[in-house]
Write a new protein. Structure first.
Length: 326
């Protein structure tokens, strides 16, 4: 009975959130619409890492690399070769998948801190290529002049509100796909790897293959987000895929609540909002980021969503206890 009530509460909350995202933006100023769009893009990125961190139990400090690779693919194809949205989208996501398939063979057999170190090194390789391959990437100047695309519909994507709704549709698509994935038998096996990889091997599962596939899938959705970031920002540079960017993504997942999908989306919204708000007053954003990370680890190690779940569960238990005593 309690599980039914909990699931109903989740469904109602998701419906209200979706309605708010659909109905309220036309009444907002363009600044807030732009900020919401940025939140949605980074929510996709944070949820993509949640597949790896929250459901498989593997921390990555190179995840921004796949985000940046897709962004660069869009930038190069759209500005130099004048390719359309569909070609750029498929190319950006495919390139992220291809690189993750190659890197995946190096990381799939690693565990714990070794996985973290290898992903950090691989992320730095991608950042180094973006920084040093000046003829292709523009070096530290990046690539600018990325124009929002024609997606084959009578929509003016230069309008912030129209672009917001397009991103919202793709965000919902990505969220549904990831939700289906983590609730599938494959998703349950990822949780098994997270809880005890050795036990999964004893049961006959190829744990390295599950880790490999989780790595590739998470990279694919990171590329998904990277495509829209390039079109949204109109500019891509090595700073979009450096270590600081990867740490921000990890913080989004941990702050919101790993292993929940909705938690990392919430964490992404909070971090993006704070970053935009605080940067207007100080350049010491990394100091604030580190403080948030420490406070989260100390007081909410399971994330805000799981903290809220525990609080609601405690209230229900107290209410049930009062009823029984009466």
């Amino acid at each position: 009975m309690k599980d039914r009530l909990t699931s109903k509460t989740k469904i109602i909350g998701l419906i209200l959130t979706a309605l708010g995202l659909l109905v309220l933006p036309p009444f907002y100023a363009s600044y807030w619409i732009t900020l919401l769009t940025q939140m949605l893009i980074f929510a996709i990125l944070a949820m993509s890492l949640d597949i790896l961190l929250g459901y498989t139990g593997l921390s990555s400090f190179g995840h921004a690399g796949f985000f940046g690779v897709a962004g660069y693919a869009v930038a190069i194809l759209s500005t130099r070769y004048k390719m359309g949205f569909l070609f750029c989208f498929v190319s950006g996501v495919s390139l992220s998948i291809l690189i993750s398939m190659i890197f995946g063979f190096l990381v799939a057999h690693a565990t714990g801190v070794y996985f973290l170190i290898i992903t950090l090194a691989l992320g730095m390789v991608l950042w180094g290529l973006a920084f040093r391959w000046v003829t292709m990437t523009g070096g530290d100047n990046g690539i600018s002049g990325i124009v929002r695309p024609d997606i084959g519909l009578p929509l003016a994507l230069k309008d912030p509100l129209t672009f917001y709704y397009v991103v919202l549709v793709f965000f919902l698509m990505a969220m549904v796909l990831m939700a289906i994935l983590v609730r599938s038998p494959f998703g349950h096996s990822l949780k098994g790897v997270r809880e005890s990889e050795s036990r999964m091997r004893v049961l006959g599962y190829h744990s390295w293959l599950h880790k490999y596939l989780a790595y590739v899938v998470s990279a694919a959705f990171a590329g998904f987000a990277g495509v829209f970031w390039a079109y949204f920002n109109g500019f891509i540079s090595p700073f979009d895929m450096d270590l600081n960017a990867s740490i921000e993504i990890v913080l989004m997942v941990i702050l919101g609540g790993p292993g929940t999908l909705i938690g990392p989306a919430l964490g992404a919204g909070i971090i993006v909002f704070l970053k935009n708000f605080i940067s207007a007053y100080t350049q010491r954003w990394l100091l604030i980021l580190g403080t948030i990370y420490i406070l989260t680890i100390l007081y909410a190690p399971q994330g805000l969503v799981n903290l809220l779940k525990d609080w609601l569960k405690g209230r229900r238990n107290k209410a049930c206890g009062k009823k029984l005593s009466d």
